[in-house]
Write a protein of this length. Structure first.
Length: 204
């Protein structure tokens, strides 16, 4: 199982992510480095948001980095100064996993079956929280599948949390974010030595 680190890097706005990825490509790396904010993770603190407002030329990146690439990222940050664009690693944490909450209501059996199968048949390393539930309601005499019908012939409600290893949970999180009828929280990094931020509910 691949291990990951979260690296919080401060540097010039619009520079850091491209420079880091270019540096890694130049070394022939095939491992993926994630931009946590682009993936929809809840990582940016209030202090960071305030700093970026006060210093518009600065940008704070949260990169989720496979452990074998951590040393290369440090070299990239160091070498950036020689290009006149100094960057600094502010924080580094070992990441032990990720988690996110979901909820949905669907009125199509076919859609419901697909969602439930995807969320219940999780890959090794991912799991549902103990409070996760899926509730089916059937009423053959109801009005039909229309979204705004007062009563539906069929409904599946689901809500809960998926958590586990990053590589196992991330595809499920991406799947849920792409589903129009699934509401998801911003995913949280579970990181050693890092206080978990509060959940912010939303689509993206």
């Amino acid at each position: 199982m691949m291990r990951y680190h979260e690296l919080v890097i401060e540097g010039p706005r619009g520079w850091g992510a491209g420079f880091v990825h270019g540096f890694l490509e130049g070394r022939g790396s095939r491992l993926e480095v994630l931009d946590a904010e682009e993936e929809g993770f809840e990582v940016e603190s209030l202090r960071e948001r305030i700093r970026e407002l006060l210093v518009p030329a600065a940008e704070i990146l949260h990169l989720v980095v496979p452990q074998p690439l951590v040393a290369d990222i440090r070299r990239a940050v160091t070498s950036s100064a020689s290009r006149g664009r100094a960057m600094t690693i502010r924080i580094e944490h070992a990441v032990t996993g990720i988690r996110f909450r979901f909820e949905f209501s669907v009125y199509s059996r076919q859609h419901a079956t697909r969602l439930r199968r995807r969320l219940e048949q999780l890959p090794p390393g991912a799991r549902l929280s103990q409070g996760t539930s899926f509730t089916e309601t059937r009423d053959p005499g109801a009005g039909g599948l229309e979204l705004y019908a007062p009563v539906h012939q069929y409904e599946l409600r689901g809500e809960g949390e998926v958590e586990g290893d990053l590589e196992a949970v991330l595809p499920i999180y991406r799947f849920c974010r792409d589903e129009e009828l699934v509401q998801v929280s911003c995913a949280e990094l579970i990181a050693a030595g890092r206080k978990t931020p509060g959940v912010r509910r939303g689509r993206k």
